[in-house]
Write a protein that binds this ligand. Structure first.
Ligand code: PMP
Length: 359
């Protein structure tokens, strides 16, 4: 049976090979007679799965010594609070870049725990590009600079890594593992798993050790990075099955040639889809070309009254979840790692046929 192509922004497609492996191991993981979901998180079987997953993730990203990798819960949304609670206790102030719906949410949450200085905002122009380095008005005394390298809803991506004196904090929910990253440029990276990493329920945090342990005293125990780092992400019961599936995704990525190989494929997928949109007078993408996301491609139809027909036709053609986010409308194709090139080609072919017959 061939499966449909799912363009959801998250939870998103997982690699078929990963799902098959999980299926094969479902009732009996490597002769233990147990499903991974049934294992004690402190038992040697799960510990070996957890350690392998962390090693593979460190390998893939080239995480330098001096950084801790945490496997947490609570989604990226919890990080909106954890970051200021843990990192802004001393300075009491942080810089934020406002570049789309998710950075806006991060800013709103940070206001509860520290003074927030918005060092650049593209909101007045409707979030259609990343600000340039020269536009950033950074403070001298900020505890960190927070930004969102890929805005999942608007499809806006930074084509560069901002320079700042303060440690850089990045919400990489919709871009981590899509290409190589120089982790040493960052103080802290976080990502909800449900796009490129694995199932929802797992949140990855990569944090420089010197940033651990200086949290506000009111910080709940479960929100303290130091507690999770000291306990190997096992202060409480971690999301064991999601951690295991993420580990299978890491192995899949390594087999594929690591993040450089993945980046090549992702670049091709995005280029083909944007080229098809730009070549058509019927479809449009509002984002400045230099800031276009490789992962989330929003587009509109020249006649929005055809949106429902487009979505129905796409569904019939096995192309699912193309409706844009409710806040921006139109369409959005999320083409994360697990979306095969053939899925993007099928979408492009469907779009051309729809334009020919209905446009
Ligand atoms: N940040 C970004 C960039 C996202 O794309 C999302 C989820 N779509 C979030 C934060 C929120 O993540 P979660 O639902 O895991 O809290």
């Amino acid at each position: 049976m061939s499966r449909p192509y799912n363009f959801s922004a998250g939870p998103a497609m997982l690699p078929e090979a990963v799902l098959q492996r999980a299926q094969a191991e479902m009732l009996d993981w490597q002769g233990t007679g147990m499903c991974v979901a049934e294992m004690s998180h402190r038992g040697k079987e799960f510990m070996s799965i957890a350690e392998q997953a962390e090693r593979d993730l460190r390998d893939l990203l080239g995480v330098p010594d001096g950084y801790r990798v945490l496997f947490l819960q609570g989604g990226a949304s919890s990080q909106f609070a954890m970051v200021p609670m843990n990192l802004a206790a001393g300075a009491g102030k942080a810089d934020y870049l406002n570049t789309g719906s998710w950075s806006k949410k991060a800013i709103a949450e940070a206001h509860r725990y520290c003074a927030v200085h918005v060092a650049a905002s593209t909101q007045p122009e409707g979030f259609k590009r990343a600000p340039t380095q020269a536009e950033l008005q950074l403070s001298d005394d900020a505890a960190y600079l927070h930004y969102t390298p890929n805005e999942t809803i608007e499809g806006v991506e930074f084509p560069y890594v901002p320079e700042s004196r303060a440690p850089l904090v990045a919400d990489m929910s919709s871009t981590l593992l899509s290409r190589p990253v120089d982790v040493s440029r960052y103080g802290l990276i976080y990502a909800g798993a449900q796009k490129n990493i694995g199932p929802a329920g797992l949140t990855i945090v990569i944090v420089r050790e010197d940033l651990l342990g200086a949290c506000h005293e009111f910080t709940p125990t479960m929100f303290q990075y130091g507690v999770h780092a000291d306990n190997g992400s096992m202060y409480n019961t971690p999301p064991t099955y999601a951690w295991y599936l993420a580990g299978l995704v890491f192995q899949w990525l390594k087999d594929l040639g690591g993040l450089e190989g993945m980046a090549e494929i992702n670049r091709r997928k995005a280029q083909r889809l944007y080229a098809a949109i730009d070549a058509s007078a019927f479809y449009a993408n509002p984002v400045e070309p230099a800031s276009r996301s490789w992962m989330n491609v929003p587009f509109t139809l020249a006649d929005p009254s055809l949106d429902a027909d487009f979505l129905a036709g796409a569904r019939e053609a096995g192309l699912l979840t193309l409706k844009g986010h409710r806040s921006v409308g139109g369409m959005r194709a999320s083409i994360y790692n697990a979306m095969p090139e053939a899925g993007v080609d099928a979408l492009i072919a469907f779009m051309a046929e729809f334009e020919r017959t209905r446009g």
